[in-house]
Ligand binder design. Structure first.
Ligand code: NFS
Length: 620
């Protein structure tokens, strides 16, 4: 959809406010970057050593080799591997922080969090071979946290969660030499291989990219999800509201943005503090209104039904409402532009992680050992700031669409009566044609939410059950697709299943690290059917992706055997060899492969054709 910034009416209203006020957003900066660097778009520039920077002429007239002799194929492959490594590192470092928090809780050093899901703790302990018989919860948690931290540098040769995948998948990874051997190890090796003068074989580089991404999907991300469930509770279906209309004209508005629920969970706790609520009232506010954004917003909406103010491209727009007393951030997907923008308003931009500092931010270090008090201090600062709000500059759009979220694997199983069999039956008798996972970011290259919403609608209309995470899920929340009533937009078969179970046709499964929940369901379905993941009528898509994390996600989904459609073009078109590997040869190697399709309706058709092909092969 050309020429429009967003399909979200709330975003469009805020963009008008921004324009009228002469305020710059990502959309403006994107335009200012046009035309974007052609070498970069194709992946053909290399800065990996100081003989460069080098670039390859895509038209064949200029240089075809870097100073070292690296061809376009080598450069594109190396750059892609570095993107995967950065994405895998981000997810996995998030995972490590959660596990370290659990370890601190178990050791009694961290007192403000408790273990919320003991059953899950024990189930995970059993998975790691830790005996739970007669042991205290504390001891189990301590042993489990130690075992999980070992996964980052394990020398046992594979990651524990690999045991969840069907035997055929393991064989494929072993045969190709891409079994992930340790979470940190694969990232380190990716950096080593892409250092000057090491791996210069495009296929070898890409195969390591798959291995590195698997250490994310079946390693770092999976542990982030599972340990968050243990600490903060496993999500259950919960209702809430979404979009900028969840901000309040009367209350102290605090937006929490970023990724790790360690921060957002404690803010949820602190915002309930009666003392702080009275303090807010004493300043003339009606109370405290904590809202989320992006993936940390997903974490607290999944577990508490906290309103979510929007997805990635709305972070600046939330500030422009003039109604935010504080934007509190930790790590990932936070625009450095927020500092300067917040300074145009009374809004305090508060950073909390030693890993992530921003220009124009007030830094309040968040220490898990003093979590509740730090969260209270952050909220106090927001309350103090309330009288500085200029009521004449406040504009809050009305949009605040209801959603139902919270579909963890456990919640799905419980909706199905305890086993996956009813889901398999529904797929077999074609009430459900297949399952598509739509995930990932917004990107100003795409009209905001246009691809997400149109793909989801096109798929459910053809009886494809859609599961979502991340900013894709928030797009669907805002569009009203996460409600059981949205079954009326679904095909007759899917609608019947949704009505029988009382669930929406689009299931919100969490944040981006929670794509591991989707992998877990896919693996369990394949095991139940005695087939490989690649044999299932399932597909993935990142319709508006922008981050390196999304590249790692795409790679591990494909490496797990699942066909994946990308809605924005990855920087690989400078190499036919690499493009061919990802979109064609991968199918023979790992079962999954990529397609790039920027039109959401055509992308949905690709997925449906793939699902039908898999159904035919299964004889259903
Ligand atoms: Ni995931 Fe994209 Fe970020 Fe979440 Fe949103 S931008 S890759 S969806 S918030 S991580």
């Amino acid at each position: 959809m050309k020429g429009t910034s967003s399909i979200d009416p709330a975003s469009l209203q805020m963009l008008k406010v921004a324009r009228d006020g002469g305020l710059e957003t990502a959309w403006d900066r994107y335009l200012a970057q046009q035309p974007q660097c052609g070498f970069g778009e194709l992946g053909l520039c290399c800065r990996n050593c100081n003989m460069g920077p080098c670039r390859i002429d895509p038209f064949g007239d200029g240089p075809q080799k870097g100073v070292c002799g690296a061809t376009g194929d080598i450069i594109v492959a190396r750059n892609l591997l570095r993107m995967i490594a950065a994405g895998a590192a981000a997810h996995s470092d998030h995972g490590r922080d959660i596990i370290e928090t659990l370890r601190g809780v178990a050791a009694g050093e961290i007192k403000d969090y408790t273990i919320k899901d003991e059953n899950k703790l024990k189930a995970l302990a059993r998975e790691f071979g830790i005996s739970t018989e007669g042991e205290t919860v504390q001891t189990i948690a301590e042993k489990l946290a130690e075992a999980a931290l070992e996964e980052f540098g394990t020398r046992k040769g594979y990651l524990q969660a690999i045991d969840r995948v069907p035997p055929k998948r393991k064989e494929i990874w072993e045969k190709l030499g891409i079994m992930p051997r340790g979470i940190d190890r694969e990232v380190v090796e990716a950096m080593h291989r892409t250092h000057f003068g090491v791996d210069n074989d495009p296929a070898n580089l890409i195969l390591h990219g798959l291995r590195c991404s698997l250490s994310d999907g079946w390693g770092g991300s999976l542990l982030a999800t599972e340990f968050s469930d243990v600490l903060f509770g496993t999500p259950r279906p919960v209702r809430g509201r979404s979009n900028l209309g969840v901000l309040s004209k009367e209350a102290v508005n605090i937006l929490v943005h970023g990724h790790e629920p360690i921060l957002s969970e404690m803010l949820v706790e602190a915002a309930k503090d009666p003392g702080l609520i009275s303090a807010a009232r004493a300043k003339g506010a009606s109370g405290i209104n904590l809202v989320g954004m992006c993936c940390t917003g997903n974490e607290i909406l999944m577990r508490h039904g906290i309103p979510v103010a929007g997805n990635f491209l709305q972070q600046e727009l939330a500030v422009i409402t003039g109604a935010l007393e504080a934007v509190v951030v930790d790590v990932q997907c936070i625009m450095p532009a927020l500092g300067q923008l917040a300074a145009c308003y009374h809004t305090k931009f508060i950073s909390t992680s030693p890993k992530a500092k921003f220009p124009g931010a007030i830094h309040i270090p968040f220490d898990e050992h003093n979590a509740l008090e730090t969260a209270r201090e952050i909220i106090r600062q927001a309350i103090e700031n309330y009288p500085n709000r200029d009521k004449n500059r406040v504009f809050i759009p009305e949009e605040a669409t209801a959603y139902v979220a919270g579909f963890s694997v456990e919640a799905i199983l419980s909706a199905l009566g305890g086993t996956l069999i009813p889901l398999i039956e529904a797929v077999k008798n074609k009430k459900i044609r297949g399952i598509a996972a739509l995930v990932g970011c917004n990107n100003p290259k795409v009209t905001q939410d246009y691809n997400h919403v149109n793909m989801a609608k096109a798929l459910i209309a053809r009886d494809v059950l859609v599961v979502e995470t991340g900013c894709a899920a928030i797009a669907s929340a805002k569009a009203g697709l996460l409600l059981p009533e949205a079954a009326e937009l679904a095909g007759a078969g899917l609608a019947e299943v949704c009505r029988a179970l009382g669930v929406p046709p689009v299931l919100h499964m969490g944040s981006c690290v929670d794509i591991s929940r989707i992998l877990t369901v896919a693996a369990a379905l394949a095991r139940e059917l005695g087939v490989d993941i690649a044999d299932l009528p399932v597909a993935g898509s990142a319709p508006e992706w922008m981050s390196e994390k999304a590249v790692s996600i795409g790679a591990y989904v494909v490496a797990s055997g699942i066909f994946t459609v990308l809605g924005t073009v990855p920087p690989v078109l400078g190499s036919n060899v690499v493009a061919d590997l990802l979109t064609k040869q991968a199918k023979d190697l790992v079962g999954g492969y990529f397609a790039v399709e920027t039109d959401p309706f055509k992308a949905a058709e690709l997925i449906i054709a793939h699902i039908d092909e898999k159904r035919a092969a299964l004889g259903i």
